[in-house]
Design a binder for this molecule. Structure first.
Ligand SMILES: *Cc1c(COP(=O)(O)O)cnc(C)c1O
Length: 398
């Protein structure tokens, strides 16, 4: 007689009646595109992270695109970032016709190594796009120090970092305040809260916020919401090239409910990550994630580095056979076919570091992390027994 094999996914959004009711509320109101729910969600989100302005958009990728445009990134410019991220990070730079310049990561935090940034700054560098990978805040102080010295704007890809915190002048502050110039968030179901798809830009610069609002709505001078309520006929105009990057009111209504749950979700994720840290502490050569004392992650993903003797695919298959879904660690954009040819740089002469063959000597830590790490299931509804089971299976697989 075989035991029942569980079916544990890598992640699972926490959605229920409140979200369903909120979606219904938006639908029954008769206004479903960007409108009052989006405005309220922006207000509440801005308050939560402590930003002066929050602008909702269709997803984090479009948020990154607008953030780069706002700080003036143009065709031919260079933007310093990491390869070791979801591919949308680097793609957003290419949407501007600019060139991603990839910097390697720190092996402990999987975030950009600030010590390597200065080395790749050139005359063409226009911005620095950092990623708070898997919700773990970057070394923002070190990065901002360099950026200020070279007068470069800093954009934070905070797709995964809603609810993460950083110790700033003795106070715990939310990622997205923002500490750089603009922060971009995602509400994809793989992130900590979700609206199906969705994104948010936060900034303290009123000009940029105004610009985002024009760009996301086709560059339209008078929004439909204003014309709808007007007692006089108003004709809109289109003074610039815009985009359709709007969030709908149905999504925003769901987002407002998700935002209410966020503190509880983050607390639960921190507890579950703590459990993993304890339960896995005695596995020989397994490297657990490190959280520097001056940050608090939201643990969007829980990433372990396998012992050297382990085969990543084999471990993942053994776990899948036992009913546990895992994922390979974060990808490297420069190893994808979409990044062949002259679409990126590592700041050195190509021949000198063997770039362009799916590997780059300068991005060794990024490649190692992709090869050696796996993500374990972590979501609100997971039980203690399930976590024990995951640990047991992983131990056996190692
Ligand atoms: C998920 C993710 C994105 C893309 O977010 P979307 O909302 O799906 O566009 C960008 N950057 C990082 C680091 C991500 O994890």
């Amino acid at each position: 007689m075989s035991e029942k094999i569980p079916n544990l996914p890598i992640a699972k959004p926490l959605l229920g009646e409140p979200e369903a009711e909120a979606a219904k509320r938006a639908i029954m109101s008769g206004w479903v595109t960007q409108g009052p729910e989006v405005a309220a969600f922006e207000q509440e989100f801005g308050t939560y992270v402590g930003a002066k302005y929050a602008c909702a958009v269709s997803n984090c990728t479009t948020a990154l695109h607008l953030a780069l445009l706002a700080v003036g990134v143009q065709p031919g410019d260079e933007v310093i970032t990491v390869s070791h991220s979801y591919i949308a990070t680097a793609n957003s730079i290419r949407y501007c016709g600019a060139i991603p310049v990839f910097v390697d990561i720190e092996p402990q935090t999987y975030n950009i190594n600030p010590m390597l940034i200065e080395d790749v700054i050139s005359d063409r560098t226009r911005a620095i796009l950092i990623v708070h990978q898997m919700g773990m805040p970057c070394d923002l102080k070190a990065i901002l120090d360099i950026a200020h010295r070279y007068e470069l704007p800093v954009i934070e890809d905070a797709a995964c970092a809603i609810g993460s915190e950083i110790l700033w002048s003795g106070e715990w502050e939310k990622i997205g305040k923002p500490h750089g110039d603009i922060a971009c968030f995602s509400f994809h179901p793989r992130k900590v809260i979700t609206t199906g798809d969705g994104g948010m830009l936060t900034t303290n610069n009123p000009e940029w916020d105004k610009q985002f609002r024009l760009w996301r709505q086709h560059g339209m001078s008078v929004p439909d919401t204003v014309r709808h309520g007007a007692k006089q006929v108003i004709f809109e105009s289109y003074p610039m090239l815009g985009y359709n990057y709007r969030m709908t009111d149905i999504q925003a209504a769901v987002g407002r409910e998700q935002l209410k749950r966020l503190p509880e979700i983050v607390e639960r994720r921190r507890y579950l990550a703590q459990q993993y840290q304890q339960l896995l502490a005695d596995v020989p050569d397994l490297k657990l994630p490190t959280e520097p004392g001056w940050v608090k992650s939201n643990w969007q993903s829980y990433c372990v580095r396998l012992p050297e003797k382990c085969n990543q695919r084999q471990v993942m298959q053994l776990m899948l056979d036992a009913g546990i879904a895992t994922r390979r660690g974060i990808m490297c954009s420069h190893r994808e076919p979409a990044y062949e040819h002259e679409t990126w740089s590592c700041g050195s002469e190509r021949e000198a570091c063997h770039c362009g063959t799916g590997t780059c000597d300068r991005l060794n830590e990024s490649e190692q992390a992709q090869n050696d790490t796996i993500l374990l299931p972590l979501f609100d509804q997971i039980t203690e027994q399930e976590q024990d089971y995951i640990v047991e299976v992983l131990k056996a697989a190692c």
